[in-house]
Design a protein around this ligand. Structure first.
Ligand code: AP5
Length: 214
């Protein structure tokens, strides 16, 4: 089972990734989480990525493609994986195709920009796992603490309102063309494409995914 989650920043990809991972027992490959881990470790990749990420810009394709190719070649990906935040550009999608990786499902979460801006202002994350909460719509059991580890939740550096607007611009110009790209792919019959209404409640989106991936 190889799945791509497509959608604007804050559309709910990371939230639903938790649901899909648990259902299929496949690893989530979140390029955003991988880059944040690289920044934390102080690696060369992290140093290159930090300024771009803080400004809401994309990290160069060659760096990301190498990162993902290495990750999907690891043993835990042999029965499938869930790509969250990759591909984000046409060259990244082309790289997957040229590597002979056939995607079973592309799942798009459709959420208008004004809803995204509101969501990001209430997002809190658990940096070690990437688990994401919302102070109103998806609150943790204990305020400010991760449900599983009890560790502190934080506000992401790129969730400042002005950076969110920049990330949305990048999404519309650079990532949104992948909607057409994968809808065309779906016509070949190798990939199935579904668009979900991402403005529904978290549990309703999960229920819809459950039906699609049954
Ligand atoms: P990344 O970490 O991938 O961020 P993103 O795509 O901007 O996505 P987010 O994690 O912000 O949102 P999400 O869709 O996962 O939403 P979530 O579930 O948290 O990338 C960060 C940066 O890294 C990029 O800007 C770029 O610089 C770099 N990068 C990463 N990948 C790259 C690539 N491939 N190429 C180049 N650069 C790359 O939900 C958001 C909030 O809404 C949460 O608070 C959540 O609780 C809440 N919520 C979720 N669902 C619902 C719902 N149904 N109703 C109400 N609230 C909800």
């Amino acid at each position: 089972m190889k799945i791509i989650l497509l959608g604007a920043p804050g559309a709910g990809k990371g939230t639903q990734a938790q649901f899909i991972m648990n259902k299929f027992n496949i690893p989530q490959i979140s390029t955003g989480d991988m880059l944040r881990a690289a920044i934390k470790s102080g690696s060369e990749l992290g140093q290159q990525a930090k300024t771009l990420m803080d400004a809401g810009q994309l990290v160069p394709d060659d760096l990301i493609i190498a990162l993902v190719k290495d990750r999907v070649s690891q043993a835990d990906c042999k029965d499938g994986f869930l790509l969250d935040g990759f591909p984000r550009t046409i060259p990244q999608a082309d790289a997957l195709k040229s590597a002979g990786i056939n995607i079973d499902y592309v799942l798009e979460f459709d959420v208008p920009d004004e809803v995204i801006v509101e969501r990001m202002s209430g997002r809190r994350v658990h940096p070690a796992s990437g688990r994401s909460y919302h102070i109103v719509y998806n609150p943790p059991k204990v305020e400010g603490k991760d449900d599983i580890t009890g560790e502190d939740l934080v506000i992401r550096a790129d969730d400042k309102p002005e950076t969110v607007l920049d990330r949305l611009k990048v999404y519309h110009t650079t990532t949104k063309p992948l909607v057409d790209y994968y809808q065309e792919e779906a016509k070949t019959g190798n990939t199935q494409y579904f668009r979900l209404d991402g403005t529904q409640k978290v549990e309703s989106v999960s229920a819809e995914l459950n039906k699609i991936l049954a």
